[in-house]
Design a protein around this ligand. Structure first.
Ligand SMILES: CC(C)(COP(=O)(O)OP(=O)(O)OC[C@H]1O[C@@H](n2cnc3c(N)ncnc32)[C@H](O)[C@@H]1OP(=O)(O)O)[C@@H](O)C(=O)NCCC(=O)NCCS
Length: 169
């Protein structure tokens, strides 16, 4: 039960994180604008390195994880995309975080569509979920473009989130 990597949509390459990704990802996770609606909050270099190591362990354990998003044109790591586990149900939970400099290009839609297709092709789950803070307009627009539908409002660390889902078609 493993999602084969890399995943290669048109303009992006999605692969596991490498040691050299700590610097570009510190720039992403260290940006308060990017992390405003993300539960873990702003991270420094040490926190970023620990998170990428955790993603590596999750990959070994589950056969999927949160991965690096590389912009093919520049060869630059511009963010993350992939799946954690939604604890209440054990289903894959979609996540995505891109550097603010590349918002508004359709990269997130491209990356997430490819990951959702790969998950349904290679994992036995019939539903994928995502939790999005109610004020995260960009993320809610992305989820709607993906065809995700609202399930219920949930509390995450005292902040209201929408639980969204997409089913195997
Ligand atoms: C959530 C996030 C990934 C969305 O990024 P995004 O760039 O807005 O999303 P998309 O890739 O879907 O891009 C959509 C925009 O690109 C535009 N666009 C430009 N070229 C495009 C193309 N070739 N294809 C599709 N859309 C394109 C769309 O018109 C749309 O514009 P709009 O924002 O004015 O509606 C990003 O805002 C982010 O990283 N936020 C911080 C982290 C976060 O909150 N993560 C989610 C936690 S739940």
């Amino acid at each position: 039960m493993t999602i084969p990597l890399p995943i290669e949509p048109d303009r992006l390459l999605i692969r596991t994180f490498e040691a050299a990704d700590v610097d570009p990802m510190t720039a992403v996770y260290g940006d308060p604008q990017v992390m405003r609606h993300v539960c873990i909050g702003v991270l420094d270099r040490e926190g970023t390195a620990a998170l990428l190591e955790k993603y590596g362990r999750a990959q070994d354990e589950h056969g999927f994880s949160t991965w690096a998003v590389v912009e093919k044109a520049s060869g630059t790591v511009v963010g993350d995309v992939g799946f954690g586990l939604y604890e209440p149900t054990g289903e894959p939970e979609l996540g995505y975080t891109l550097a603010a400099a590349v918002w508004g290009r359709g990269y997130a839609l491209e990356a997430v569509r490819a990951c959702v297709a790969a998950a349904f092709a290679h994992l036995p789950y019939d539903r994928l979920v995502a939790k999005v803070e109610s004020g995260n307009a960009r993320s809610l627009r992305l989820a709607a473009r993906l065809g995700m539908h609202p399930v219920e409002t949930i509390d995450v660390d005292g902040r209201p989130h929408m639980l969204l889902a997409v089913e195997r078609s």
